[in-house]
Ligand binder design. Structure first.
Ligand SMILES: NC(=O)c1ccc[n+]([C@@H]2O[C@H](COP(=O)([O-])OP(=O)(O)OC[C@H]3O[C@@H](n4cnc5c(N)ncnc54)[C@H](OP(=O)(O)O)[C@@H]3O)[C@@H](O)[C@H]2O)c1
Length: 371
């Protein structure tokens, strides 16, 4: 592990005006060692001060440090001083832009879907699989030409992030999960601003979110799976292949502003399976490696397990640990699989910006970021 010296680490934020971008700004303005140096967004925003370009929707004021910063277009030459790039870019733009930043030797931490399926790009939920970060070596060495500093690390879709944290806790304590059924109730902010029109979402539930079910079913396998190493040293994400995991996801958009709530049932490979009480205890005791490393944005407790029968609830629980932890409740026997529970996570914090920041903190601690 590389000790941090006295220097601060200059960072840039792409998509700084969006829903995720604004959360990055709020979190980074208070960060102990990341310092915002440059901001990027579309041509619509470029050339304006941040305060003029952004439609600010956070509950705290725009931090003074960025109010008068001129927003740039997202080209690497405007971010030359930044060792770390956080991306809250729309997927339509993220593919080419994030690649250009990696090619220019920046460490890129992305929220977009574009590189999640790339066989060399780690898909990291920091409370679940921080160990996948070491795939960065191979990503750099196989790049043409090989990169000294550049790489892309993505985080997961916000609905995947929420439930994969308790699943990781359960696999750590009880071994492989064999099958899982997850039904989501996803907040409006998960689709960015302005999201679903108010006349479509008020007094309503929309039982379809394009591409979301496929993302949950696929991303979970990459995150919970291991990394296998061939005789020649080549590493591959194993997609949980040693213990195949079947997942069925159903995704719904509900009239909640922030916070995805998900009902989850799991079946374990282990027979007999753990009891609901053992599951509760394992989740409450779960300590992801990211806490041991000392990342400053890591929650003190990754999972809070409620005993009350009517929790978690988005309005009450979405700011648990400043949005960095997840809340679980209603852990009980499942009559079809083994155990079922409800999980809630803040989609904009641990589901997006907080995950990227944690991934970057980990990369700094482990010496993957040269600054
Ligand atoms: N919202 C969530 O809870 C959540 C959770 C996990 C992951 N994500 C992912 O995070 C990303 C951002 O989501 P969001 O909800 O923040 O979206 P958003 O509110 O629509 O913001 C999109 C950002 O991308 C910028 N942008 C759009 N087109 C661009 C272009 N051609 N060149 C440069 N910048 C461009 C926008 O700049 P302008 O303001 O100038 O248009 C804005 O800053 C998406 O990939 C999304 O799937 C979101």
């Amino acid at each position: 592990m590389q000790p941090l010296d006295e220097r601060q680490i200059q960072v840039g934020v792409l998509g700084a005006t969006g829903t995720v971008g604004q959360r990055f700004i709020v979190l980074l303005a208070e960060h102990p060692f990341f310092v915002i140096r440059a901001l990027g967004a579309s041509a619509r925003s470029a050339g304006k001060t941040y305060a003029k370009a952004v439609n600010w929707k956070q509950t705290s004021p725009i931090p003074t440090i960025v109010r008068d910063t001129i927003v740039n277009e997202c080209t690497p030459d405007q971010f030359a001083e930044c060792s770390v790039i956080f991306s809250g870019l729309d997927a339509d733009a993220a593919g080419d832009i994030e690649k250009a930043f990696r090619d220019a030797d920046h460490a890129v931490f992305s929220n977009a879907k574009n590189y999640r399926r790339d066989p060399l790009v780690p898909l990291i939920v920091p409370l679940a699989n921080p160990g996948h970060l070491n795939m960065v070596h191979q990503q750099r060495s196989l790049h043409s030409p090989p990169l000294q500093k550049g790489f892309i690390v993505t985080n997961a879709n916000c609905s995947t992030t929420a439930y994969v944290v308790p699943l990781a806790a359960l696999e750590k304590s009880f071994g492989p999960i064999e099958s899982c059924i997850v039904t989501t109730m996803q907040a409006i902010s998960g689709g960015g601003y302005p999201g679903v029109p108010s006349l479509d979402i008020m007094d309503n539930i929309i039982p379809y979110i394009s591409g979301e079910e496929e993302k949950i079913e696929w991303e979970t396998l990459k995150i919970l799976g291991g990394i296998t190493e061939a005789d020649d040293g080549t590493k591959t994400f194993d997609m949980h292949a040693k213990n195949p995991l079947r997942i069925s996801a159903s995704c719904n958009r509900v009239p909640v502003i922030d916070g995805h709530t998900e009902c989850v049932s799991v079946r374990f490979k282990r027979r007999p399976p753990p009891s609901p009480q053992q599951v509760r205890e394992a989740m409450a005791a779960y300590t992801p490696d990211i806490q041991a490393v000392g990342c400053p944005s890591a929650p003190r407790h990754a999972i809070f397990v409620h005993e009350e029968v009517d929790r978690p609830q988005p309005r009450l629980d979405r700011y648990y640990q400043n949005g960095a932890g997840v809340s679980v409740g209603r852990v009980r026997q499942c009559a079809v699989l083994d155990v079922k529970f409800v999980v809630l996570a803040n989609n904009v914090s641990i589901g997006a910006a907080t995950s990227s920041i944690l991934n970057a903190e980990l990369a700094v601690m482990k010496g993957y970021v040269n600054y």
